[in-house]
Design a binder for this molecule. Structure first.
Ligand code: SF4
Ligand code: SF4
Length: 667
């Protein structure tokens, strides 16, 4: 009988391992089929990421309550995994009993005290998991946590399986404990090292033990088979995804080799990078990204978690299926990312910031689809983009204002031109940006900044008509061709110039010059103007009029490309505090800031679905009771000003750049 028992266990284990490992191998092949993507991180950074974010659960614990639940799951699985190993080894070695020897059991090998530690850890963790599973099922089935809606059959199946696994654990260990009492190995009664199992054993007795063993083993093996086929694959994929996470700035789209490539962008899932594909398997479907996405929160069809799910289902199902969904309003077709989802993304990176497993590919994957629509198909993109594309291609700015007018804003201000500086190396190159050079409201920001720079005696110069759009809007809107052209021209021109540092008033230009132009060989020292102002104020180089009091209540709106993309949240606030302001914070602030709606080229697109994002953000700002909304981006300026106007709040609330607020305090 014990021999047949061991053979039956061996057959079950081999079958389960076969199905588990073939499924896992398929997943690995799918990831390997992705396009190349270089991850620039050191071994030390990778190991640290694993220690801090897998074992320490740092990012997951940012959501204290549910993060703790997940923390328990993780350690529950690790600790209880030791017990599952015993379960299998016991079954496989039970044939030894036919030869008068013992089957494998830890208690036959370990000293008594260590056996008690092991038994207690199993009992305690298992009961914890049962309770947490019950809570998790309750919150999913009752719709208590909005971000977990709609209900997921996959997620609930897993929870039922985990629940069943540990109920069967208690039936097995409980009945086994009772049998040990009957044989005299243990005294009858409750034992501290088996606090739940000994109590359950006294209740259920021993006869159920063989059935409970097979139940527990069967559920365990079924779970192992189910993992690679379910959302619980994150159990295996999240670790590698965290190991290979991007460090530093938010992931940028890959540059295209226009001379040697025939395919631009992605219409089939196999065109995505291996890391973007790994991301989809690592997703825990926790919904944290949906809870912060400005598109989701303003009723657009875009939900970052769904984008990942659809890419995953596409690659799991049929690689030949077009990834792009085009049927009007058909957002729910599994395995496709709809056009309306694709164009709704503001690339704000809010989803990237909150993800506990460092998934950062949603905006870049959507940009890859945009590239395909714009560069390959030349259709299914918002037609209003054509004017911006043409403006950038011909006049080197998205509004199509004549390039010769680029330095008009500086007339009467005696702003030095770099071209007039001869061989002299200036301290700062002032990168004005297209909005700053051509938009009437933004020109006022540049003018205020010039007043500050002159008062602080800063050595700076502008490029005037030599400056061209950085191409950021073109890149975000999928026109990598125009972006590539502008980026190369700018980098070549800048390399010929003599300056020590650059500062930019537009966070999109700032991000390009600092991070994305590196792919074209640039390596400049770049600051945002609020960083420079904060530095000058700290060094007491800006003469302030102490009689001018800050009467207004100011709230600062963090631009996404300054904050999340470049981790700069303090400088604008420090500048405001240095002049005597006491900024009040919006509910969504700093890392959790809410996009103004202009990023990702959305500045140049109509917004016809759901609530307008700029109105949502303006409402958040107005809720603070602030009389001034401060910002540090010309695009945010436009969106927030429009929002204030649409809310009829113009009489009470103004939108100003940090530079303008500081300039008002000049002596
Ligand atoms: S980048 Fe921003 S808008 Fe795009 S999916 Fe992520 S959160 Fe949503
Ligand atoms: S992408 Fe990240 S935040 Fe969004 S559901 Fe997946 S694991 Fe959660």
């Amino acid at each position: 009988m014990p021999v047949a028992f061991s053979i039956a266990v061996a057959v079950c284990v081999v079958i389960a391992f076969y199905f588990t490992f073939t499924a896992l191998w398929r997943i690995i092949s799918m990831v390997r089929s992705g396009q190349p993507e270089e991850i620039k991180s050191t071994l030390k950074q990778r190991i640290q990421a694993i220690l801090v974010n897998v074992f320490g659960h740092k990012k997951t614990l940012e959501d204290r309550k549910y993060g703790f639940m997940h923390f328990w799951y993780l350690y529950g699985f690790l600790i209880l995994g030791v017990g599952h190993l015993e379960l299998v080894l016991y079954g496989l070695t039970r044939f030894r009993e036919s030869y008068g020897k013992q089957a494998f059991l830890y208690r036959n090998l370990l000293p008594e005290w260590l056996t008690h530690v092991y038994e207690f850890s199993q009992d305690f963790m298992a009961m914890g998991v049962v309770i947490i599973v019950a809570v998790a099922l309750y919150r999913r089935m009752t719709g208590m946590t909005k971000r977990l809606m709609p209900r997921s059959a996959d997620a609930e199946t897993i929870l039922w399986l985990i629940g069943a696994l540990y109920v069967s654990f208690f039936l097995f260990i409980g009945s086994e404990t009772y049998l040990r009492m009957e044989t005299g190995e243990l005294a009858y009664g409750w034992h501290w090292y088996l606090p739940f199992s000994s109590a359950i054993g006294m209740l259920i007795g021993g006869p159920i033990n063989p059935v409970a063993y097979w139940m527990h083993l069967g559920i365990f093996l079924a779970f192992a088979i189910y993992i690679p086929r379910s959302k619980h694959l994150h159990l295996l994929a999240a670790g590698p995804n965290i190991y290979f996470r991007h460090h530093g700035a938010v992931a940028k789209p890959a540059i295209i080799d226009f001379e040697n490539s025939e395919q631009f962008g992605v219409s089939k899932v196999k065109g995505l990078s291996w890391k973007s594909i790994l991301d989809t398997f690592a997703c825990t479907e926790c919904g944290r990204c949906d809870a912060v996405c400005p598109a989701t929160l303003t009723d657009k069809p875009l939900k970052p978690m769904k984008v990942l799910h659809d890419i995953k289902m596409n690659i799991r199902g049929a690689k030949k299926l077009d990834l792009i969904g085009r049927e009007p309003g058909a957002y729910e077709i599994e395995g496709t990312v709809h056009l309306d989802e694709t164009w709704a993304c503001t690339t704000c990176a809010a989803c990237v910031e909150v993800c506990p497993v460092f998934i950062d590919s949603v905006p870049t994957s959507l940009m890859e689809i945009r590239r395909n629509l714009v560069l390959m198909e030349a259709k299914d993109y918002p037609k209003e983009l054509n004017a911006a594309f043409k403006g950038m291609e011909v006049q080197k700015n998205p509004w199509g204002v004549g390039q010769d007018k680029r330095e008009d804003w500086a007339a009467q201000l005696d702003v030095p031109l770099l071209a007039d500086q001869g061989d002299r190396e200036v301290e700062y190159l002032f990168w004005v940006g297209c909005a700053g050079a051509t938009d009437d409201r933004s020109k006022k920001i540049q003018q205020a900044l010039v007043r500050i720079l002159k008062a602080a005696n800063v050595d700076f110069a502008i490029l005037g008509c030599e400056e061209k759009c950085t191409g950021d809007p073109a890149r975000r809107m999928g026109n990598e061709y125009v972006y590539d052209m502008l980026a190369r021209e700018n980098v070549e021109m800048l390399k010929r110039k003599k300056f020590k540092k650059i500062f930019a008033t537009c966070p999109h230009c700032f991000n390009q010059l600092k991070n994305e132009y590196k792919d074209f060989g640039a390596n400049f020292s770049v600051q945002h103007h609020t960083e420079l102002i904060a530095e000058l104020l700290k060094d007491k180089r800006i003469p302030l009029d102490s009689k001018k009091q800050i009467e207004e209540t100011i709230t600062f709106h963090d631009p996404c490309y300054l904050g999340r993309y470049n981790n700069q949240y303090d400088a604008p606030r420090e500048a405001l505090i240095a002049i005597g302001a006491k900024p009040v914070e919006m509910s969504f602030n700093k890392q959790k800031s809410f996009c103004c709606g202009a990023g990702g080229g959305r500045m140049f697109m109509e917004e016809t679905i759901g609530k307008r994002i700029n109105l949502e953000r303006t409402d958040q700002a107005l809720e603070t009771g602030a009389t001034t909304i401060a910002t540090g981006c010309p695009f945010c300026m436009t969106m927030m000003s429009d929002g204030v106007k649409d809310r009829d709040a113009e009489d009470n609330v103004v939108v100003k750049d940090v530079a303008e607020i500081v300039a008002e305090k000049l002596a």
